[in-house]
Design a protein around this ligand. Sequence first.
Ligand SMILES: *Cc1c(COP(=O)(O)O)cnc(C)c1O
Length: 362
Amino acid sequence: MTRPIRARIDLAALRRNYLVARRQASGAKKVFAVVKANAYGHGLSRVAAALADLAGGFALIELDGAVQLRQMGLTQPILLLEGFYAPSEIPDFITHRLIPAIHSPRQVEWLLASPWPAELPVVLKCDSGMNRLGLTAAELAAAHAALTARVRTIVAMTHFADADGPRGIAWQLVRFRAATANLAFAAVSLANSATVLRHPEAHGDWVRAGIMVYGGSPFYPEISATALGLAPVMTLEAGILAVRELSAGETVGYGCAFVAEQPMRIGIVACGYADGYPRHAPSGTPVLVDGRRSRLIGRVSMDKLSVDLTGLPMAGVGSTVTLWGRHGDRVLSADEAAAAAGTISYELFCALSARVPVVEEG
Ligand SMILES: *Cc1c(COP(=O)(O)O)cnc(C)c1O
């Protein structure tokens, strides 16, 4: 038998979640599915194929991934969120009709020096306060002036820093509107998942929905994915390889980090940080054992972790431990597991390791 660990990817849930984004942003012209980082760890070609007949577009960072989408025969707009990194990449953009998000004046120069076809759209990314990538208001105006003569469709884009948080988006929207007020754009692209779900005034024309498509809530713990109508897409599950009965005072795993305060029964699970489970998850992080809630015990090692089986007498070697996702009708959201480990579901999904076999369902 092979090592008992797998990731299940529920493609029906993926499609339903995408439709939630589309319904929420019903005023938008296109809802792009964000598929960067191997579709947030879910598998780029798998996710793109499952959304092929639904998605209004795909957005990602990786040029090779974008080319792969074209080679699959997808015809939707494909948006490269950081544009091109060197002029040498521009021919691929032209050949495969990839839309660059241009964030720097030098990218504008490279484009102007290339045989860019007038009908291939260009997105100008404006930095409205994230202070990461993007053109200043003056750079935006200059880029717009330089490109109008060369490119038929120019789209304005910005990215919100706190759409899921207390500061909100209004302050950035004011800056974005000021920067774009006197310029003609064919469309604007503003909204990530949190904006789709919380700020209908800023949906814009081209929505960029990421985490919600994968069933994560941008607002956990205030609002769960279930409350948003989103279902888990990825389940990470592994089998119990061995059971230990501990007497009080025995410790578990590296660093003897966990000490049994009373006699207890634990299961050793075929999942570790080399599979993508976070090493920093502390004792107490929730798991499901055959669908029943339990907890992580001791330090996560490279290939194994331990769970508490005290109070679960039916569980033993061969039982299934769900690290996140779904077991039958029981759900342990990646948001909850991530929060217990001090991170976010995005990171858990992206960290899924290549050694974990993936099973598609739905
Ligand atoms: C990743 C990304 C998104 C998607 O964000 P979610 O929070 O996953 O919806 C949208 N826009 C840009 C520019 C991004 O980099």
